[in-house]
Ligand binder design. Structure first.
Ligand code: IPE
Ligand code: MG
Length: 223
């Protein structure tokens, strides 16, 4: 979800307004995903690198997140959406963590859409953490080094149990992955949009999925 700041700057507005409008776009992305029959939607909300931003902006973003968690969870729940968060929770405030845990518990049994928010998330850190957890399992004698294969390793990632993404959409003209789901996106199809995240609508989700369906996925094999 990129481009909140640029969207605001283009309108002579403070970045906060861009982030607020970005939160509205989240609602449309979720609706668009559901109407297309998507079962897993993962949003990159805040990266490990975003901690480098000015404290005031971080406070704004965390405030927005808390507002979203308080106000939207009931509606998400009514719509059969399971919400979960991936990332390094140790850096999040205890109030944020408590709201996340409450939302995850409340929606745990929902089946229509799994909405995963990546917060304080970095993919390299996730992979290193998975390696550490695998090493700990070996040290406890639960696993031998030669038993570690892709399937077993994946179980140590935050995304354990989730399918790999088929489609990755990035807004705002940037054409890079920025430490997002590096392992999981091995065979994802990428769609890059010029528009900024606050302008993202249900029709953009539909168009990206239509483009995805036109791609020829070979997973390294021949036709
Ligand atoms: C995305 O918009 C929102 C977050 C990363 C939290 P940006 O804040 O990155 O907006 P730009 O890239 O400065 O336009
Ligand atoms: Mg950005």
């Amino acid at each position: 979800m990129d481009g909140n700041g640029r969207w605001a700057r283009a309108r002579g507005l403070p970045r906060t307004v861009g982030h607020n409008s970005g939160a509205e776009a989240v609602r449309r992305a979720v609706k668009g995903a559901i109407s297309c029959g998507v079962e897993y939607l993962t949003l990159f909300g805040f990266s490990s690198e975003n901690w480098k931003r000015p404290l005031a902006e971080i406070d704004d973003l965390m405030g927005l997140l808390k507002l979203y968690l308080r106000r939207e969870i009931e509606e998400l729940h009514q719509n059969g959406i399971r919400m979960q968060v991936i990332g390094d929770r140790s850096r999040l405030g205890p109030d944020v963590v408590a709201l996340i845990e409450a939302a995850e518990t409340k929606t745990a049994a929902n089946k229509k859409l799994t909405l995963t928010i990546a917060l304080s998330y970095g993919s390299r850190a996730e992979i290193v953490e998975a390696a550490r957890r695998a090493a700990e399992a070996v040290a406890r004698g639960e696993l031998t080094p030669d038993q570690i294969d892709e399937t077993r390793f994946e179980r140590f990632l935050f995304t354990a149990g989730m399918p790999d993404p088929d489609l990755l959409i990035r807004t705002s003209g940037e054409k890079r992955i920025s430490n997002f789901l590096l392992w999981q996106c091995a065979y994802a199809e990428f769609v890059f949009l010029e528009k900024h995240w606050p302008d993202f609508g249900q029709e953009d989700m539909k168009a990206a999925i239509a483009e995805f369906h036109g791609r020829n996925r070979r997973y390294g094999a021949t036709e």
